[in-house]
Structure formats: C-alpha cells, structure tokens
Design a protein around this ligand. Structure first.
Ligand code: SF4
Ligand code: SF4
Length: 722
C-alpha cells in the first residue's frame, strides 16, 4: 500500500493539466530531436563503449579515487572522501566557516541536493544561492519541487515565472522570456561577485589527470567555479572514469540524450586550482573536492545493482517514460526520479524510500531502448521490487491471489469456472463487465472482459485429429488470458496450425507463466510455476512450444533460465524449453503462406497495428507481425502514430494505478481513432483486454483482434475482417 504522502503527490500531479501538458509537449519534440541528433551515429556501439568504461570504473572506484586524489593534491587541491551525506555536509560547513563565508553560489550539483546541503548550511547562518536558472526559480518558490532531473522547472509556464519574479522584485514583471532571463542574469551576477564560496557538481571526473568536467548551457557553472575565492566540487564516485579519452563518448552521448543537443554551450574542465585575481593580486584559488560515497560503494559491490552506476544522468529515460510524462519528477519524492531514480534512491536513501517510486514503473521498457549507458532499468526495477517485497512482505491481497490461487492451476481453474458462472448479473450475457459495484474506479474508462464460459483447456479436449504426416508437433502454451478470457484465440491458432500441417496439443498440466508474480516482486511463486510449466511442456514431447502472449513468451524464454540458473538440472531443462519457445506469429512467418490463406488478398480491410511493449522491445517481433498481416492475411496496414507507446495495461498495474492506466489508454485510443482503421491488430492478450475495454466504453465500432484472429478470419474461414 502506497504511503499517504506519495498518494497525495500522485493525485496532485495527475490533476495538474499544465504539468502534464508541459512534460508531454517536451517529450513529443524530444523524441524527434533526439532521433535527428543521433542520426548517422552508431548508437549501439556508443552505448556499449560507455557501459564498458563505466562498468570498468565501478569495479575499481577506490583505486580510481586514490589516483584522482593524488592528481588533485599534487596540483594543490584537497580531496575529502565523504562516506555519508552527514560527513560531506560537515566538511563543506567547516570549509565555509574557516573562510567566514556567509553567501555561497551553487551550480549543477545533484549530489548537494542529495545530501540536503542548503538546509544544513542555512541552519548555520550561511545562505546558498542556486544559479542554474531553473533551480533559482524553484528556490524562489518555497515548497515547489523539481519536476525533471535535467529541466527541473519545465512544468512552470512563463506566466507563473513572471509572477514569482514580480513577488521577488516587488514590481510587476511581464511574462517575456528574454526579459526574465535578463533579470535573472542581473540578479545572479551580483551573487557571484559577493559569494565567498562556489559549489559545483561534476558530470565526469578523470582519475589520470584529476580533472573535473562540468557541462552547462548557461555559463553559470564557469562563474560559480571561478569567481569566488574558494571552489568545492561535490560529486559521487560514479562520476569517475580512468582516462581522459573515456570522456569523449560520454560527452558525445550526454547532451544528445539529455536535451537533444550535439553539445552543451559550455564544457568546463578544471584540473587543479585555477588562478584567481583578488585585490589586484593573482594567486591560485582554494580548490576542494568532496567525493561522495553515501551508498555508492555498496552499490558497486552489488552484483545486480552495480549496473545502475553506469548512469550518466542524462534523463533520456524519463524523457521517454510514459508514466513520468503523466506524474513528473515531483511524485517520486527524492532528487533522483523515474525508474533509474528509484534504484538510486534505494541505495542513496533507503530501500523503504524507494518502495513507492519503484512501483510506478509499468515495465514498458521504453527507457532501456534510449539509455546511452545501456542500463537495463526495467529489469533492475523488478529486482528492486523483489527486495522491497522481501523486506516489507507481499500485501495480503497479492499473497492470497498469487500464492493461494495463481500458483495452483487446479484451484485457479475451479475458481475461474465458478466465477464465470456467477458473473451473469455483472456481464449480462455480454463479453464485458461495464461496471463493478464498489470498485467503479476499475471500470471507469475501460470495461473489463467477461470470463469465458468454457476455458480453452476444456475446449482443447475436442481437438480435431492431427494431420496424417504432421510437419511438426507443437505444444500450445496458452497463458491465463487466452485460456480463461479469450479461448477463441487459442481455437483460431489450433485451426491455423493444423492447416499448416502441424500437430498441436494442449498440455493439460500447464498453469500461469508466473509473470504476475514476477511483476509483484514474488519470484518464489514464479519459480514454483516455472518448474510446473517446464514439467508439463516437456511431457508433450513437442518440437516447438507455441505461445500467443509475449509476456508468457518472455517468461518461458528468458525468466525461467535466469531464475533456475543456479540449479544444474533445472537450468538445463529450462534452457531446453526456452530453445523451443516460439511466438505464434513468428512461427506462422517461418512456416510460410498457410495453404488456405493464399490468394485471399481480396479480404483486405484497413487494419492498424498496436505494438505491445514485450512483443516489440523484448521479442523484437514487431516487423514480423506486420509482414504476416500484410502478406498472409492480405490486410491493408495503416500505421498509427506512437504505435509502440504503452496502452497502459501492465497486468495488476491497471488495478493499482487505474488513473495512470486510464490516461495511457486514452492517448492510445486517440491514436487508433486517428487512423480510420476498422480493426486494431495486436499480438498481446493483455493489450487486447485494455484496448477492447476502452473502445467498448466509447461505444466505438473498431474491433481489436489478435493477429491470429485476423489471420483466421481473413483467410481460413474466407470471411471479411470487418
Ligand atoms: S539511466 Fe540511462 S537514460 Fe537514464 S539518466 Fe541514466 S544514463 Fe540517462
Ligand atoms: S520501463 Fe517504462 S514505465 Fe518503467 S521506467 Fe522505463 S519507461 Fe518508465
């Protein structure tokens, strides 16, 4: 259960249309600009290089820190190794007090936000002035939180900023951006000249030279690090790289990924104390580095989470995250936001602090596609969820559902059968439940599917006899949605594969693939189901195991071998099953034109295709599906804008965060309607639940079909897909 604070922040953000509008506008233009700015570059090679450099550094932080410190000290600077936030704060306060500093200017420092430096110094009578424009605006608005890691005030319209400036100056300020920038420059220039100490962060720190590198667009970083007589650079161990040449790929990727710029306006490299002129005399200024641990060394020693230290804080992952675009960085509650932010929060703050933020991830994997440091954010979020659950336990409702029912196929079957008989008053004979008494939030904006009266596993007992000399023997793994909600998809698949000359069987002992348990942070239940399904599918003696659900395919192909990797016997069995698993549409593509489908192009209708997240980003079959639809079903495929954007299903996510799920669905439905298509095809039964339910509540005649159904209707039955 999410904390009350978190829920309040979430509701506030979801009810703020200007916040959402600003983030969505930025995100839309970002996607296009990012593509342009990376055009002609080998993004995969670039990110592999960055990942290798950063992973190597994470493996020897202490050695690099020693070398970095030696270089800085030799040049006359001082390095303080701060094990904790408190140690870092105390050191900075000591330096400030030694110099009788009363005013400090700051630029570009996440680390100082992480350690709550401003509050600490102000408690000792020292005022800190943020000099990054957006940070300064937020500082003038007590209680306001940053909404984005790179553009913290992106949510504020210019009229709001003008109001803030007017209050600050005590005179009216017009909402004119150029004029407001001029005002900020004038006000801040004064601060730079008066400050006794400048504090910065760092984007990169080079061990072999002791160089601190700062990338900025406003030039304030240079002023903060050069004008005051003392400079303290505060940053974490993860900024360390071994050599100067390692800086090149990071500088190539960072601005391109963050703001879609080829390079930031200023790249400042500071190697030792810079010369400074005071009272007509020139001399070196005092230069300190606070190298912050605060959980980083523990993270670097963690075999799973050390990967997150590869992050170069570009915020590309949040720029493309559909959930972040709805809720903004303000909801996460800590300086680091988005999926990566929740992972960092777990180590830099505490696991308990990361519990709510991590739960916002719907697992769409969009972030992993664009991360220039090759961090597999969605998988790390799942591993984090497991640790949260281990520490806090599974909520009672999840435990009852997952361990009491889902883990036992027999019990699940009995319960679902009983529910399908009792659902009459809710479904009223329709394929949908349009209103759930007492839980109407779950059916607001989207109808739920009614349960099938006869699950696929029962229907499968009446399978037609196999062809005389089958081309192959296939075992069908249905997954829960096809089995209990949409058995007709399974029947279409049986019919199509038989037409293609395959023998198809339905192994009766199969159960849920375990993905719902994995997404809830309960790998033990997944492990139990993995063994059960492996045994059941092995028993079928099939050449190929066919699924028509990408989530199930990912579980069978990737999750089972990972979960069972330490058990020699089960690991072998899991790998042998994984090698046989094929998605239905992929198999159809490989089998070639189905006999009765040839020459059926006249059945063409306008179909649009929705990419399910796992199908596209995990199985990489999005183009295969399009080819099969065009060439085998003979349909006219019209692309929708943002076809790859998450529909908002995410299994139990729809129940946990119905407002977010609904908002994602709304956008998807708009995109579908814009195409003018009569049919939406997709390869994911979960997306079918979401899209069918959404279109049903809109009273839309657009039909949502699994690719197998489109194929079946377009050709096998020689019916028009209308
Ligand atoms: S995880 Fe990747 S995309 Fe996200 S901020 Fe870090 S480097 Fe950028
Ligand atoms: S997987 Fe999707 S929802 Fe989760 S952090 Fe990445 S982009 Fe956001």
């Amino acid at each position: 259960m999410a904390s009350r604070d978190f829920q309040q922040r979430l509701q506030k953000a979801l009810q703020n249309p200007s916040l959402r509008g600003a983030l969505e506008r930025f995100a839309d233009s970002y996607v296009v600009s990012r593509e342009q700015v990376f055009a002609g570059r080998d993004f995969q090679a670039l990110r592999e290089r960055i990942a290798a450099i950063k992973a190597d550094a994470a493996g020897r932080y202490e050695e690099l820190a020693r070398e970095f410190a030696r270089q800085v000290t030799e040049r006359g600077g001082k390095v303080f190794f701060a094990s904790s936030a408190a140690a870092a704060r105390d050191y900075i306060l000591k330096v400030a007090q030694e110099h009788r500093v009363t005013e400090i200017v700051k630029s570009k420092s996440f680390a100082t936000e992480e350690i709550h430096l401003n509050e600490h110094l102000e408690g000792h009578g020292i005022r800190c002035f943020e000099t990054d424009l957006a940070e300064w605006i937020l500082q003038l608005m007590p209680g306001e939180r940053p909404s984005h890691m790179v553009m913290p005030a992106i949510h504020l319209p210019k009229e709001e900023v003008a109001r803030v400036f007017s209050n600050y100056l005590g005179e009216p300020v017009e909402p004119d951006i150029k004029n407001m920038v001029r005002i900020a420059r004038r006000e801040l220039r004064e601060r730079f000249l008066r400050a006794g100490l400048g504090i910065s962060g760092a984007n990169i720190a080079v061990a072999e030279t002791g160089t601190v590198i700062i990338c900025t667009n406003e030039g304030n970083g240079r002023l903060a690090t050069t004008v005051p007589p003392v400079h303290i650079a505060v940053f974490g161990y993860e900024k360390l790289v071994p050599r100067m040449m390692d800086v090149v790929p990071i500088l190539e990727a960072l601005p391109r990924s963050g703001t879609a710029q080829p390079i930031t306006s200023y790249v400042t490299m500071i190697t030792g104390p810079v010369p400074v002129e005071r009272d007509g005399r020139e001399g070196p200024k005092e230069f300190h580095v606070v190298l912050l641990d605060n959980g980083r060394l523990k993270m670097a020693a963690d075999p799973v989470f050390k990967e997150a230290l590869q992050c170069i804080r570009c915020a590309a992952c949040t720029n493309v995250c559909p959930v972040f675009q709805l809720v903004s960085g303000q909801v996460y509650g800590f300086i680091y936001s988005g999926g990566i932010g929740s992972i960092l929060t777990a180590f830099f703050n505490s696991l308990a602090d990361a519990a709510d933020p991590q739960s916002l991830c719907i697992g769409c994997r969009r972030c992993a596609e664009v991360c220039p440091a090759h961090v597999n954010i969605p998988d790390l979020v799942l591993r984090l969820r497991e640790r949260v659950v281990k520490e806090q336990g599974l909520p009672l409702s999840y435990r009852a559902a997952l361990r009491g029912v889902v883990a036992h196929p027999g019990r699940m079957y009995t319960l679902v059968k009983a529910a399908s008989r009792l659902q009459g008053p809710l479904s009223r004979g329709q394929p949908f439940i349009r209103r759930l008494p007492f839980f109407d939030n779950f059916t607001r904006g989207r109808s739920l599917p009614a349960l099938a009266r006869e699950p696929l596993r029962d229907r499968a007992r009446r399978l037609a006899p196999p062809p005389e000399r089958p081309r192959l023997r296939a075992a069908f793994y249905s997954g829960c949605v096809i089995d209990f909600m949409y058995p007709e998809i399974g029947e279409a698949i049986f019919a199509l594969l038989r037409e293609a000359g395959a023998e198809i069987v339905f192994p009766a002992g199969q159960g849920c693939c375990g993905a719902p348990a994995s997404y809830a942070g309960d790998p033990d239940t997944t492990l139990h189901l993995a063994r059960l399904n492996i045994a059941s599918l092995e028993g079928a003696g099939a050449d190929v195991v066919v699924t028509a659900c990408p989530t199930c395919a990912v579980a069978l192909k990737y999750d089972y071998p990972r979960l069972l990797g330490r058990d020699e016997v089960w690991s072998r069995r899991a790998q042998s099953l994984a090698a046989k698993v094929k998605d239905f549409t992929e198999l159809v593509g490989e089998l070639g034109p189905l006999p009765r489908l040839q020459g059926e192009a006249e059945a063409a209708v306008k179909v649009t295709y929705h990419d399910s997240c796992h199908y596209k980003r995990h199985l990489h079959l999005d183009q295969v599906a399009r080819e099969v639809l065009r060439e085998q079903a003979g349909v006219e495929l019209v692309e929708m804008a943002e076809s790859e954007r998450c529909c908002g299903f995410g299994g139990s996510y729809t129940l946990k965060y119905p407002e977010i799920s609904r908002a994602l669905l709304e956008r998807k439905l708009r995109r579908i309607q814009e195409t003018g298509a009569k049919v939406v095809a997709t390869d994911c039964p979960g997306c079918l639940i979401q899209l069918r339910g959404g279109l049903d509540q809109k009273g839309s005649p657009i039909r949502v079909m699994h690719t197998a159904e489109v194929l079946y209707r377009a050709g096998f039955k020689a019916e028009r897909v209308e």
